[in-house]
Design a protein around this ligand. Structure first.
Ligand code: GLN
Length: 184
């Protein structure tokens, strides 16, 4: 069994659901602790991280989610999802999940109009990458492996079975990163 879940409290969970379905999986939209019990791995989507953090803080899901990841459940955060799984959110008095040893700044590339699309190369492949009010990883600890950088800034990182992208791999036709994550 390899059932992926997508946190579905807010944000762009539907695009991840679509891509996983196209890949042949039956993803679960995770809204509560019960849903969490039915999945083998979890994607934290893009969206509005402040809203998602607040919703998580108000629900019992937060504690169970942290526990499952500490027990080894693979986790993939994209854009706001990367903010969620970080250790520290610079300049904002909100506590993220604190799972990956990265310190992150929200909206570090500017406003909505500063959003951009680029191509990243990884393992001999070209990945289209959309950055939408994207966060930046400002600091990372020794367990964090930088898989892709863009202009000297890490944009895809891995720590054990956790993967985080500051862009949106679900918003284009490439399934490369979802396939990579599904094999964790
Ligand atoms: N700027 C958003 C935030 O901080 C993230 C944007 C996104 O997920 N596309 O929550």
């Amino acid at each position: 069994m390899n059932v992926p879940g997508i946190l579905a409290l807010q944000g762009g969970f539907a695009a991840h659901e679509k891509i996983l379905k196209e890949m042949g999986y039956s993803p679960i939209l995770v809204k509560n602790e019960k849903d969490l019990e039915t999945i083998d791995r979890l994607i934290l989507p893009g969206g509005e991280s402040t809203v998602m953090i607040r919703l998580l803080n108000e629900s019992k899901l937060k504690g169970s989610l942290i526990q499952r990841v500490r027990e080894g459940m693979p986790l993939f955060g994209t854009c706001a999802g990367l903010i969620l799984l970080s250790l520290e959110l610079i300049g904002l008095g909100l506590e993220p999940l604190g799972l990956m040893d990265i310190k992150v700044k929200r909206n570090a590339y500017g406003r909505q109009i500063d959003s951009f699309e680029t191509s990243l190369s990884w393992r001999g492949m070209t990945l289209p990458a959309l950055f939408i009010r994207a966060p930046q990883i400002c600091e990372y600890g020794p367990k964090v492996e930088v898989l892709i950088s863009h202009k000297g800034v890490p944009v895809l990182v891995r720590q054990g079975k956790m993967l985080a992208a500051s862009f949106h791999p679900e918003l284009n036709k490439s399934t490369v990163l979802h396939r990579y994550f599904m094999e964790f």
